[in-house]
Design a protein around this ligand. Structure first.
Ligand code: GLU
Length: 422
């Protein structure tokens, strides 16, 4: 299902913020600083496999900016992970955190690996060895990883445990916040697992409020049924949305009257993907894009919504649950057609917001209720959407440009006040 990577993703990411920087007149050296990651850590490490052989792995941690707070962002396990991808993803984290107004910076990590091809014991050794190789490049007040594509709470638990064991006995209890997205029992936050999907639903609700649309009248197509797409689909279906087409790496399925998302979630847990789900039509990958829908939610990888696919699509709103799913060609086509895009740094910010809550809870050793988490998440995201809508009206620009403008307003102010060392 993956489209080939045609151009540097980092270049696309830089061009996105530069357009907003032009609109609001961001001066040098802030522009150039933000076009480069601050630190690039690349590690190669060997891991013993179950059959006694060894394999070398390459891991990355790209730290884009810590001007607003500690570096923050997920760790991806995927065969396509490379320096260019992780660099782009790190930059998007900086703008995402600035946009929603949380005191964190931007980073991203990854290991070039297909996690489905390894046993749980092998993955545990990869996570532990990667954490060891990163060493003091991460830390609860320095750089805080989290889950991303191909990683989960169990892996974050192993990361935290490894880091704790590398810390002196006096610090061992204070380092829980070295990573977020942990399991509840090891210091995770309630609501973290579904937070990104919940945030995507708030994006849809906000748009409904703006346009007068009703959630229960909308047909939605979703690409990806993993960490984000599955929770979004479940929550949206609970509010009456028709989830009419779902595609993932195993196939695409659809049902005009809407899929039974609860049963689909169970099926995917047991079978590893949507393919073979009964009570649904089997569709082609291209039909995932071309089947008419009110809303299309890309919740998989970057560069999935390409120019040709955008031309074939028939929808009114794209909510970017994934990071960087829309190519610049597709974006130009949507602009011409009047198709709205709620950009990634706004649409999928729910995950990092609840990561921030988890980090605060770890620092204070006091744990919040689900109600606390959901209330605070909703307030933060709602305000961010309101700010983007207001900035858009002032600047007469796209939602993406307005989102970057709000983020840049905050970043530029801090750069100006702090100045450039020395
Ligand atoms: N990987 C998620 C993202 O792209 C979450 C990052 C985090 O929680 O730090 O936003």
């Amino acid at each position: 299902m993956d489209a080939p990577r045609q151009r540097s993703l980092h270049q696309t990411a830089v061009e996105q913020f530069q357009r907003a920087a032009d609109l609001i007149g961001v001066a040098e050296p802030t522009r150039t600083i933000l076009a480069h990651p601050k630190n690039e850590v690349i590690v190669n490490f060997p891991v013993e496999l179950d059959d006694g052989s060894w394999e070398m792995f390459r891991g990355y941690r790209i730290q884009h900016s810590n001007i607003l707070g500690p570096f923050k962002g997920g760790i991806r396990f995927h065969p396509d992970v490379d320096l260019d991808e992780v660099t782009a993803l790190a930059g998007w984290m900086t703008f995402k955190c600035a946009l929603v107004g949380i005191p964190l910076g931007g980073a991203k990590g990854g290991v070039t690996i297909d996690p489905s091809a390894y046993s749980s014991a092998e993955l545990q050794r990869v996570v532990r060895r990667f954490t060891h190789a990163l060493g003091s490049n991460i830390g609860p007040e320095h750089d805080i990883p989290a889950p991303d594509v191909g990683t989960n709470s169990q892996m974050m638990d192993w990361l935290m445990d490894t880091y704790a064991n590398m810390s002196g006995p006096n610090n061992r209890q204070m380092v829980k916040g070295v990573v977020t997205g942990k399991s509840l029992a090891t210091g995770g936050s309630v609501g973290r697992e579904e937070a990104t999907g919940r945030g995507v639903l708030y994006a849809l609700r906000h748009w409904c409020g703006e346009t007068g649309e009703r959630l229960d009248s909308l047909g939605v197509s979703v690409q990806g049924f993993g960490n984000v797409g599955s929770h979004f689909s479940r929550l949206a279906a609970q509010e009456g949305c028709r989830i009419q087409v779902v595609g993932d790496h195993t196939g695409t399925i659809g049902a005009e009257k809407g899929l039974d998302v609860e049963s689909l979630s169970t099926w995917v847990r047991e079978h590893g993907g949507v393919a073979g789900f009964p009570d649904a039509d089997v569709l082609s990958t291209e039909e995932l894009f071309s089947t008419p829908a009110d809303v299309f939610v890309p919740a998989a990888l970057e560069n999935q919504v390409t120019g040709p696919r955008a031309t074939a699509m028939d929808c009114r709103l794209i909510i970017e649950a994934a990071n960087g799913p829309t190519t610049p060609e597709a974006e130009a086509i949507f602009a011409e057609q009047g198709v709205e895009i709620i950009p990634d740094i706004l649409a999928n910010a729910g995950g990092v917001v609840v990561s921030y809550f988890e980090w605060l809870q770890n620092k204070s050793a006091r744990y919040w209720t689900e109600e606390d988490v959901d209330d605070r998440l909703r307030k933060i995201l709602w305000e961010a959407h309101d700010n983007v809508v207001a900035r858009r009206a002032e600047l007469r620009c796209s939602r993406r440009e307005a989102a970057y403008a709000v983020a840049l307003d905050r970043l530029v102010e801090v750069y100006e006040l702090r100045g450039i060392f020395p």
